[in-house]
Design a protein around this ligand. Sequence first.
Ligand code: ZN
Length: 324
Amino acid sequence: MLHAVPELPEIEHLRRTLVDGGIVGARVLEVELRRRDVVRQPGSRRARRRITPADLLQGGAIVDVRRRGKSLALVADNARVLVLHMGMTGSLTIRSPDAPWRSDKHVHCAWLLERGSAARRQPRASPRASPHVRLLFRDPRRFGGLWPFDSMDDLLAHRGGWARLGPDAFDPPLDAAALRTRLLATRQCMKIALLNQRLLAGVGNIYADEALFAAGVHPRLAPRRLREVDWQRLTRALREVLERAVQAGGSSVRDYVDARGSAGDYVRQHRVYGNGGKPCFACGTRLNSCVIGQRTTVFCPVCQPRSHTKSRRKDRARRLARAR
Ligand SMILES: [Zn+2]
């Protein structure tokens, strides 16, 4: 069992399966909140108010499902937004309205939705027969939760919302210059910088290790020591690693499932994450495992050199030899 939380690819895949399931255009007929403490409110205790069914989108129609980093937002036509975090063990699944769920004490909130006729015509929307579906938020360990916002502007501006997050690592895709500018804002090493959600949203432990390996960048290197070519490689690696993981349906970390209840498949493609002590996929050297910023980090000491000085010296020697 991998001890990691869902990251950007898992949440992006979840977002896509929710859209495929026809929840965009669906009207929220009924909300049943079974545990009040899963609804979190940003801001001071005094600013907090009583949660109403409208805060949980009752009466509205879902017009968009958005994501920034690991944070998912259901946007309603009455401008209200409900942000969901899956934490360690959270899931959001679409079920038939007749499927039993009440005996499951880990289901903390349930929405009865009526899908639009357009959604029902889509062959992938299931179950096909009924316009009604139930959306279930389940979270045994309750590190996840629901955050109501009055509007998208509120979510984007609020420090308890997306204002504290950097740009998404995936959407729209970052270029090397933007990535460099973001990460140069910290003096911490590359591994910690990539995990800092204020600099870049969505990259967690698994994909940080995978992208650094694919780019040949040592996790302890300071951002200012990366060369132009390293930034280009890293940008490409991040994009590819995340894209492949989204396609594979995420990494199936812990209890992660998508809106259809399926587990992800990307775990079989991990090159370094979870492979400490095993031979490197590229060169056969034993992969190094260490702890950086309290997170287990796996890297190849040969493919991800700490210093480029030696290779630079070799390059110069080669250039001089050619010049002679
Ligand atoms: Zn290697």
